[in-house]
Write a protein that binds this ligand. Sequence first.
Ligand code: AHR
Length: 485
Amino acid sequence: MQTNNHRIYLLYPQKSGIIAPEIYGHFAEHIGGVFYGGLWVGKNSQIPNIRGFHKEMVEKLRHIHAPVIRWPGGCFAEVYDWRDGIGENRPVRLNWWSRNDGRLEPNEVGTHEFMDLCEAVGAKAYFAANLTTMTPMHIRNWMDYCLSPRGSTTLALEREKNGHPEPFCIPYWGVGNENWSGGGNMTPAFYANEFRRYATIMAYNFPQAELIACGENGRDFEWTQTFMREVVNSERHMNGYSMHNYCTGADMDALGFDEAQWDRVIDSACGMEEVICRNWNIISGYGMQKHAALVVDEWGCWYREGSGPSEGRNLFEQQSTLRDAMVTALTLNIFNNHCDKVKMANVAQVCNNLHCLFHSDGERCVATPTYYVYDLYQEHQGARLVPTMIAENIEPAQLSVSASEKDGKTLLTIGNLSCIHDTQVTLEAVGRTLPAAAEAYLLAHENISAHNTFEQPETVVPVKRVLDLQRAITIPKAGILAVRF
Ligand code: AHR
């Protein structure tokens, strides 16, 4: 087995920013098995629950300090009427995804229930407003219902009647979703006008709401160019610019893959860095950095469906292996290293779907390897980035690294991107003295498609190590290491 040697420098004296906790955010849509048959089990269920939500998932999300959850879609948001999700006698509607899986939307989870979930998890809420099929007035009314002070407007009184006298805390509002596709198939210039129309109304009465514009998909930089050109002189009611970026391999299987397909997905995930930088260059070119910090509000791997435990019953459900954990690790490292540009990111989606943290079936629930990456990385949230430099002479790069410091403690996270070669790493701290030893956790497995199942939930879980920092550290192939000192 070939082993390469790398030196990682931790550049403590270099000035750098704070990693926004929201970079560690999540996305939960009314799609397939995410809510119904997943997160939501119902308040009267025999399945242990917290206000109707699957207890184990809520507790695990709380454990990793999930900072924000985006809701209700995704494409589902394009046809969502918030009034369907409040009060008694909720209507059953066609879901955006009904055509794909025949499931109808019972509206059992609406604004109040979703906010219960956020409260139970300790997460902030990020609502995606429907500008495809709703008017600005309709969205304004949703904001009025959610945000107006107790006892003020008729809608605030209705909220009180429905059990929540105090306003909800919903800091983030998306102005549309994927408006270049399901969200109306708009051109960027047309969307820019729509954005102006909606944002003006949304911001006027609720200036405290942070509005996030629908940005580009993948590498559609033309969308960013045109949108910025159209809004730069007129629209400043913008606090974020969203991007969607999936590592798409619809021809690929989540479970059955070889080394070349491992590399293909890892290469595609590494492309996130370029997407961030190119969008940021365009945004900076228009001087819009203060208004259009990046919000990567959908990201993850997207394979051929059907590999998850429901065997195809849950739309887009896919199994999550060590490869997906590596994509998570390297993507979060990229976000950390670009924390001056990225203010939020939401992995798609929480459970029983694409790049998920959990699979569930009734009471049964299993955390995926991706969940454990969020666990290992959680102390990066709100920490100051410590810039790193890797001395390596291998092409393509074999390591993904980021580091941060909070309350005098450093967290260094490293992914060995190679699924063939182990690697050796030596640490050097510039401006600090490294301690002799450090606590570390390693997420790794001999089998690169290893994953957790209901029957064997601990196939891929972090293992504790104590490292001698004066010597080279071995990271096995496809291994993810989190070092704390
Ligand atoms: O995450 C699944 C879907 O992917 C979302 O609904 C949509 O926004 C995107 O195309």
